[in-house]
Design a protein around this ligand. Structure first.
Ligand code: SF4
Ligand code: SF4
Length: 365
């Protein structure tokens, strides 16, 4: 994002209260500084020489979850999260990023992921479909990956696995290191082109957002022509509706809630597929959360898990409390990052966490 665009967005947001009520960080911290117009005012004040970037103001800058909720509610489509990420890049470029951001960035530079000291697996083979595995599915909840592959095999799709163990680029972009995000995205695109695939399957809306929007809007990378990006769940739902994916109904009567994964609201057309698949296999009615679909809140699995674990944990509690209030006993999601964060605290809310791909694979006829 150019400086001119960043400045214009910050000027537009600094005295606007129209999305203040939906900002999840504003909700859990109850601090006016940590709301969309609060970030706008902080950045604008530094630009005017009224504040400087010091440890306190830099912390404020890094407390935004980069969740996209503000933009999803903005009638003029202001890319405030992109402007905040661009400002972080400016701050990081001056050597002022918080220590936790630098530490995670170093790990990503070396290992392409923040979790394990392991390099990504080399992609092998060619095919019509490629599947972006990423780092969350490889290291945080690999059972979801195995189950998704089983479901894809059941509908005759054997994808070339790419990016296994590599971040999709969102995390370094969010932390203010766009060059690193660029390198990771390029490495994945190289594997995608070598696979010869015409369709890139992704496991989560977070990956869909990273490849369909963040790449072009933040990193200035052009998506290769003729290659479709598609969520695995949308393909499975289509096959199920066409009678090509046979799923047995479950006899589990417990009330459940589907947790829209972090970044779901950045992919507005995706909300029906997981719900339709769940309706086919679970007899009880799903209990919808208040913060759902186009207003879904993050589950704590963004950059804040490293830079502000306290706020990140409260974002997770907030999702769990929403499900508890809806009357759920089981919470279901397909995103390995969300699942791992929800799992850490679910017991305290009397909830059981269930991976959606695992649930569906267990119902294959
Ligand atoms: S993102 Fe839109 S609604 Fe939110 S503060 Fe900026 S201009 Fe206002
Ligand atoms: S990206 Fe999320 S946390 Fe940041 S200002 Fe927007 S709504 Fe708030």
């Amino acid at each position: 994002m150019g400086q001119q665009n960043t400045n214009a967005i910050i000027e537009n947001c600094r005295y606007c209260l129209m999305c203040r009520h939906v900002c999840p960080v504003g909700h859990v911290t109850r601090k006016e500084t940590l709301t969309p117009h609060g970030w706008g005012l902080t950045i604008a004040s530094v630009k005017r020489g009224l504040l400087t970037w010091n440890p306190e103001t830099v912390d404020v800058l890094y407390f935004c979850a980069d969740c996209g909720t503000c933009r999803a509610f903005c009638v003029t489509d202001q890319a405030l999260p992109d402007a905040i990420a661009a400002t972080r890049a400016e701050v990081a470029g001056r050597g002022l990023a918080p220590a936790a951001a630098l530490e995670i960035h170093q790990a990503i530079q070396e290992w392409s992921n923040p979790y394990e000291k392991k390099k990504p697996e080399a992609a092998r083979g060619e095919g019509e479909f490629a599947l972006f595995v990423g780092d969350d599915a490889r290291y945080l909840w690999p059972e979801e990956l195995d189950a998704a592959l089983k479901l894809l095999a059941a509908v005759g799709v054997k994808p070339v696995r790419i990016g296994a163990g590599r971040s999709n680029g969102y995390l370094p972009s969010s932390l203010g290191f766009p060059e690193t995000a660029h390198k990771l995205a390029q490495a994945t695109l190289t594997e995608l082109k070598s696979s010869g695939a015409k369709c890139l399957l992704v496991l989560t809306p977070g990956d869909q957002y990273a490849f369909s929007s963040l790449l072009t809007e933040r990193l200035g990378i052009e998506w290769p022509k003729g290659i479709e990006i598609r969520e695995v769940l949308s393909l499975l739902e289509e096959k199920s509706a066409d009678g090509k994916l046979d799923l047995k109904p479950s006899d589990d009567q417990r009330p459940y809630s589907y947790i829209d994964p972090t970044h779901s609201l950045r992919v507005p057309a995706r909300h029906a597929a997981p719900r339709q698949l769940l309706t086919r296999i679970l007899p009880g009615a799903g209990r919808e959360l208040f913060w759902r679909k186009e207003r879904s809140h993050p589950a704590g699995n963004g950059a804040l898990q490293f830079t502000s674990p306290h706020i990140s944990a409260h974002l997770t509690y907030s999702r769990l409390a929403d499900a508890q209030q809806a009357g759920a006993r089981v919470i279901i999601s397909e995103d390995p990052g969300c699942l791992s964060h929800l799992q850490r605290h679910a017991d305290r809310f009397g909830l059981q966490v269930q991976g959606l791909y695992e649930l569906l694979a267990g119902q294959l006829a």
